[in-house]
Design a protein around this ligand. Sequence first.
Ligand code: ADP
Ligand code: TZD
Ligand code: MG
Length: 576
Amino acid sequence: MSVAVAQSIDVQQELTDGFHLVIDALKLNDINTIYAVPGIPISDLCRMAQGEGIRVISFRHEQNAGNAAAIAGYLTQKPGVCLTVSAPGFLNGLTALANATTNCFPMILISGSSEREIVDLQQGDYEEMDQLAIAKPLCKAAFRVLHAQDVGIGIARAIRAACSGRPGGVYLDLPAKFFSQVMTAEAGAKSLVKVIDAAPEQIPAPAAVERALDVLKGAKRPLIILGKGASYAQVDDKIRELVEKTGIPFLPMSMAKGILPDTHPQSAGAARSTVLKDADVVLLIGARLNWLLSHGKGKTWGSEPKKFIQIDIEPKEMDSNVEIVAPLVGDIGSCVSALLAGMGGKWAKAPADWVGAVNAKKEANIAKMAPKLMNNASPMNYHSALGALREIIKDRPDAILVNEGANTLDLARGIIDMYKPRKRLDVGTWGVMGIGMGFAVAAAVETGQPVLAIEGDSAFGFSGMEVETICRYNLPVCVVIFNNNGIYRGTDVNPTGGEDVAPMVFVKDARYDKMMEAFGGVGAHVTTPDELKRAVIAAMDSGKPTLINAVIDPAAGTESGNIGSLNPQSAVVRKK
Ligand code: ADP
Ligand code: TZD
Ligand code: MG
């Protein structure tokens, strides 16, 4: 309805507009936080949302706001909302939207956009871009709302698309003109939709359950792999029941650590290569056979033929890399319940010789690692620094661990035991750098728990400016930077002997801690594991925003951390 028409409506009649309707629609659907970077045309939306009781967390860069929204979605099963301005703001948010989709996190990117008439004629509007077309291939669904009376439906569709089936990112395009469109408050209220049951149960077919149980029954060396789909599903008790009832060793993927504690007797985390090689039947629960599991084939999986049972809500995931002999399509809660019901009262535990072999390997590996974690020398290496941090998480299992980097990531994943579900947040399926501060902010905002972000110095740089955001909202976030002066190592040299340093190397002995001090937080500079531990404990006890610059031996890391094999190498030596 145009403003002119609206003005002709009885002055007594209460009015609403696009701005208010977006806010009302979000609130109606229990979305109470927005992660944003304000500007034309959404500045007033940010202001008004705050005025109406929505928590608006304002960032310094949209990618970080987007990552915050994505991980809020993972933690809460409600889509995290990121709000951006048009073209450049939208594009800055898009990496996070694509990453959310890749990781199966529910998220909605809402971007303001320029006027359709001008964009479509390419007449050069302010921040002109056909955002809907650009977003489409990078997310699960993309919608545009042109009229105020349609935004209730638009937001409902966005929520449903983000949460139902395999969760993912959704784009919602709101052209500038939409926001000030007026309609009567009564008609506006009626146009809103409360989404009922956004992620309906999906019950697996009984025949599929039976097939899975038959395969499992025949297993001599069974293995359960838990992925972040399993942690997302929030059916921790059922998963524990399945694992314990079957006695099968389990291997958690990175973000699935803690669904059952890493110290659980059946955890095979410390015997990863053995169980992948030697298992004969593998039950995948919310984990894809992508690169992180070597596509289910090749050296990693040994010469033993494997039978895969896969639980996933996405039917197209089955057979994506290798044959799945028992696909179990449904939501994890329903699938695991159906397996448990089908097992009944008497189900034979996993064969003792297999369990014994896995445990022996695991204990040997743990014993081999132990001394490396207890070295208090300076400079620190990854093991000695992580040895200190591992004790902190042990004492504070409710803290949320955010982790990115290469060596900093791979070694922390292996060394730091997790004790509770959804406490480990990291680079996920893409191995993307830059999630750190966005994830840390949202983890603190959504859960109220203290956050420990363990960051490579390179990784941190992708989102480092958000330390101001952490200080501004006074969040209980302790950032530890593993400062080895560069990417993987700080020891590369320029082969020409020229003035420029090597591309993997940063400013030597940089003092990242001063960045936090600049915004009123606490900075610390540490060179031994004892100092590191003391500084982190002080941060966690105080709850104050803290950044600890932990000096790591620049020669301690390895190229690409654990995934050097994916790094192509030139076989050609050029004559000078
Ligand atoms: P990881 O990286 O930890 O191995 P992935 O991201 O590869 O985990 O796999 C997660 C899988 O979980 C995806 O295939 C996704 O479809 C699935 N998934 C997510 N939520 C559910 C759910 N509630 N029920 C069933 N499957 C789910
Ligand atoms: N850009 C993006 C968005 N994601 C990436 N993964 C990379 C670049 C490449 N990359 C890695 O895969 S790890 C990494 C980069 C730049 C940084 C590693 O250095 P770090 O960690 O300081 O964070 P370590 O401890 O020095 O290994
Ligand atoms: Mg580094």
